[in-house]
Design a protein around this ligand. Structure first.
Ligand SMILES: Cc1cc2nc3c(=O)[nH]c(=O)nc-3n(C[C@H](O)[C@H](O)[C@H](O)COP(=O)(O)O)c2cc1C
Length: 388
């Protein structure tokens, strides 16, 4: 009964409409058969337990920001130029002294063992093999040291602040020991959010989620890989926001680069520049935190103007197509991060599925850059996109 009501809720929700885009009638049996990311999504849904699927797909409240993130791309159109030499397409970029074959990075996502037994290790091997930057979540299933080894390149670490400085410092030291050159500071999670799609998914199954996820502190967090060996006994909650006092303290504690993740206004972006941040990451957490936000692609133009090329701009939330990536680069982003799409690949086929998700993004980008008349990333300028 509850499962039926959950399905009815899904069918009526904007999320469902977003989910059905480009759905094919059958699910694919191996990564090579996947025509697009939505093939991987459908194959993943078959493999992943409903409550974990709810965790993967959920937004907050009625998932309006999840939907807005997709709709936002339709407000921009590409303006192609016809007489350029596109016989060679080069989508390589350089950022923070590392060269990348493409500007497509992997956003941090917690608890990836929920989607595939090899979790972050499979993701790391795929991202490492294809040369994409991986950013590991504070709440990963596998520790930053082990994931860094599997990745084989400098791994970035995403840091959730905790109300207890010694715990936060312990996480920073662990990331340093793993050789991470950069911390992504997630600034949009001052508290939990109202994740109704997840709540409906949990209610629809008879599994007792508290077996795996006991929400009392400090036990639950102490069992997470990156917290092992750190004294979490004083931790009463995981959530707190970042303020500049805390960021300044982190700055004094580590030489790692600092990039706030979750910026959505030009005011905050400007402040990041003024305060000496190394980059700014435009994100609304894939629509999972505050609801009723603009899509990140719509927020991007004002942020680009505020930052004025002083520091790199990363962006995520809702990117599913090469044309989405192209538009962000044209508006002025330096790299595009993807979340759910590679997790779909992971859930569908493990490492091979993550590789396929990344291949699809790059393959679509080759089409898009060729057809738009932009042979390299530097040539994708504001002249190639127009707001409707
Ligand atoms: C299952 C899941 C877990 C996530 N966990 C984290 C996390 O631990 N830390 C974080 O900063 N962002 C987390 N995010 C947000 C992503 O980093 C990213 O901002 C978002 O997924 C991008 O949107 P997209 O999924 O539409 O591509 C998570 C997202 C998902 C889907």
């Amino acid at each position: 009964m509850l499962r039926r009501r959950f399905l009815q809720h899904l069918a009526a929700s904007p999320l469902f409409l977003a989910l059905t885009e480009n759905a094919s009638a059958e699910t694919v049996g191996n990564p090579d058969e996947a025509i697009n990311l939505f093939d991987l999504r459908d194959a993943a849904e078959k493999n992943i337990a409903p409550q974990h699927w709810g965790y993967l797909m959920t937004g907050s409240d009625d998932d309006a920001t999840v939907q807005a993130n997709r709709e936002g791309f339709n407000r921009f159109r590409i303006r192609p130029r016809r007489f350029n030499d596109v016989s060679k397409i080069d989508m390589s970029i350089e950022m923070f002294d590392r060269k990348y074959p493409s500007p497509i990075f992997l956003s941090p996502a917690g608890s990836q063992a929920a989607f595939h037994p090899q979790g972050e290790l499979a993701t790391a091997r795929a991202a490492g093999a294809k040369g994409h930057q991986m950013i590991l979540s504070t709440t990963s299933s596998t520790s930053v040291g082990d994931v860094a080894e599997a990745y084989g390149h400098p791994l970035w670490f995403q840091l959730y602040p905790t109300p207890e400085w010694p715990v936060t410092e312990g996480l920073i030291r662990r990331a340093e020991a793993a050789g991470c050159p950069l911390l992504a500071l997630t600034v949009d999670t001052a508290t939990h959010s109202n994740r109704e799609t997840l709540a409906f998914a949990k209610r629809a199954v008879s599994v007792d989620c508290s077996v795996c996820h006991r929400y009392e502190f400090p036990e639950s967090i102490g069992r997470k890989a990156n917290f092992r060996g750190i004294d979490v006994s004083r931790l009463k909650t995981f959530q707190r926001g970042y303020d500049w006092k805390l960021i300044d303290r982190i700055r004094k504690t580590t030489a790692m680069k600092l990039v706030p993740k979750g910026v959505q206004t030009p005011e905050d972006a400007e402040e990041c520049v003024r305060r000496g941040m190394d980059g700014v990451w435009v994100s609304n957490h894939g629509g999972r935190q505050l609801n009723s936000l603009f899509s990140t692609i719509e927020s991007l133009p004002d942020i680009v103007q505020a930052v004025g090329k002083k520091i790199p701009i990363l962006i995520d939330s809702g990117f599913r197509r090469g044309t989405d990536v192209f538009k962000a680069l044209a508006i002025g982003a330096d790299a595009v991060c993807i979340g759910r799409p590679y997790l779909w690949g992971l859930g569908a086929f493990g490492q091979a599925g993550v590789e396929k998700a990344l291949d699809l993004f790059r393959a679509e980008m080759v089409y898009d850059m060729s057809l738009a008349g932009t042979p390299n990333i530097a040539s994708i300028t504001g002249a190639f996109v127009e707001r409707r």
